[in-house]
Design a protein around this ligand. Structure first.
Ligand code: FAD
Length: 300
């Protein structure tokens, strides 16, 4: 046994857990260590375990905006879900754990007559991932409805960040710098009629069915929209629909999605992304910036 294994794990920690099981792309090699804390105490313990063993840490929500590499992740992958999903409602103010899945959250909110977040319908991530990415659609973003985010910082414990400190921008928040894990979010919503909220959600879900390749594993939009333009349109006009590297293919339905046709590797996706960027650069002199995250960052 090496020094790394000398400090005992505080909870069930899996070894060599395939990340493809935890990403919507169904891609990714093994996480050396992997755990799903059931509360903040277990999350703290997991961070201590990583620190004591000098392990880099990666945070995972539902893995719907992530490309995990073929070699996996050497260190501890902490998946937020399960226990961190409590929710409480007081008037228009909702306090929710970041492990809650957005479809579940929307369902609870619509039943309570709380609207505003319907634009998130069809986004399959967790609340934590949505806040980290400032997820949005149809001209709205979750940051607009976020009052506070409670984070566990690796070096300084629990603290609360207000909207300003979250530095929300287009698919951006301060959490992308690493070092802080969102554990709870306070949202301020609008009162509405449950039936109307539900109708808006169903309308958005059916639009997504028409425009997006929901039948094949993918990680949502691959690139951010450049200012005043749509990445999908540029990619389509550059002739990328259907382009393929291995089992990674630019969706024939929406050119800003890459789908995994079965056995795609992360290296195929990265090669295809480079091809997409080069084609758009050549035709339109526009640089496409990736929206999906590659699991390499570390918070320790
Ligand atoms: C079919 C499909 C459609 C999509 N449509 C949209 C869309 O319309 N708009 C949109 O914005 N996105 C969209 N996405 C992308 C994705 O679902 C969102 O970005 C989602 O909010 C990510 O949440 P997640 O839990 O899956 O995060 P993950 O993919 O697990 O993580 C994303 C990033 O956030 C970090 N992170 C996750 N949780 C936390 C936390 N608690 N604290 C700190 N950092 C954290 C991770 O380390 C990683 O860097 C789509 C994806 C799919 C598959």
């Amino acid at each position: 046994m090496t020094g790394v294994r000398a400090v005992k794990p505080p909870m069930k920690i899996l070894r060599n857990e395939p990340l493809k099981k935890h990403t919507s792309f169904r891609i990714g090699g093994p996480a050396e260590y992997f755990c799903v804390p059931k509360d903040i105490e277990e999350l703290r313990a997991a961070l201590r375990f990583a620190k004591n063993n000098c392990l880099p840490v990666a945070i995972l929500g539902a893995g719907t905006n992530l490309l995990a590499l073929d070699r996996g992740f050497r260190g501890l992958v902490i998946k937020l879900g399960g226990g961190l999903n409590k929710i409480s409602v007081r008037g228009r103010v909702v306090r929710a754990g970041t492990g809650i899945l957005l479809p579940v959250l929307l369902n609870i909110l619509s039943r309570r007559g709380l609207g505003g977040l319907e634009f998130l319908a069809g986004i399959p991530g967790t609340l934590g991932g949505a806040v980290a990415m400032n997820a949005g659609a149809w001209g709205s973003e979750i940051g607009k409805f976020t009052e506070q985010v409670k984070v566990l910082a690796n070096d300084s414990g629990l603290k609360t960040l207000d909207k300003k400190n979250m530095r929300f921008g287009y698919r951006h928040s301060v959490l992308q710098k690493g070092g802080q894990i969102a554990v709870e979010v306070v949202l301020k919503l609008r009162k509405g009629l449950p039936a109307r909220i539900r109708k808006r959600i169903l309308g958005i879900l059916s639009k997504r069915k028409v425009n997006q390749p929901l039948g094949s594993p993918n990680a949502g939009s691959v690139f951010k929209n450049p200012k005043g333009k749509f990445a999908g349109r540029l990619l389509e006009e550059a002739g990328l629909k259907g382009a393929r590297v291995g089992d990674a293919q630019v969706s024939v339905k929406h050119a800003n999605f890459i789908v995994n046709l079965g056995e795609a590797k992360a290296r195929d996706v990265i090669k295809l992304m480079t091809r997409m960027q080069n084609a758009v650069k050549k035709k339109f002199k526009v640089k496409l910036e990736p929206e999906l995250k590659i699991m390499v960052q570390s918070i320790s």
